[in-house]
Design a binder for this molecule. Structure first.
Ligand code: ZN
Ligand code: ZN
Length: 157
């Protein structure tokens, strides 16, 4: 079977300013102190199109001269996940990655390169319609779905 994917990068936008605002408010409301590791992680995630691992976040913050210990990155992600501000992405390679959980209905899925470990976002309206149709026929009330395509990226194949 040959599958043709249309990757519409226009639909894949950075987590909006409203996510950053929501995240800050939710952390305040949950009694977390402002600033420090959590603020750095929120700022970094707000500029992402897609998901990052704790190690990616640690590395990028160090590069941006805003170093945060890896244990603090994990704790920040845990706090954000508890508040449902980040979504844990399981790309099938055993590495937990996280992306902002936006309330605006932004929806995408993931392509994973098994050779270099790159994870990219894609969205496809026909795929969404097909999933809705399948879900509708199964007698389940399906609340969410995840699609992960594993293979080799253009650079590695
Ligand atoms: Zn993503
Ligand atoms: Zn690759």
């Amino acid at each position: 079977m040959r599958t043709i994917l249309v990757i519409d990068t226009k639909k894949i936008h950075c987590a909006s300013m409203s996510w950053t605002k929501d995240a800050r408010e939710a952390l305040d409301a949950a009694g977390y102190r402002r600033g420090g590791a959590r603020a750095a992680v929120v700022d970094l995630l707000s500029r992402q199109n897609c998901c990052l691992s704790a190690q990616d976040i640690h590395d990028q913050l160090r590069k941006a001269r805003r170093p945060v210990g890896i244990a603090s990155v994990y704790r920040a992600l845990e706090a954000l996940a508890d508040l449902r501000l980040v979504k844990r992405v399981d790309a099938g390679d055993g590495i937990a990655r996280y992306e902002p959980a936006t309330a605006d209905g932004e929806h995408h899925h993931h392509l994973v390169c098994r050779d270099c470990g790159k994870v990219e976002a894609f969205s496809d309206s026909r795929l969404e319609r097909a999933i809705d149709r399948v879900a509708g026929g199964l007698g389940y009330s399906v609340e969410e779905h995840e699609v992960v395509l594993l293979g080799a990226c253009a650079d590695c194949s």
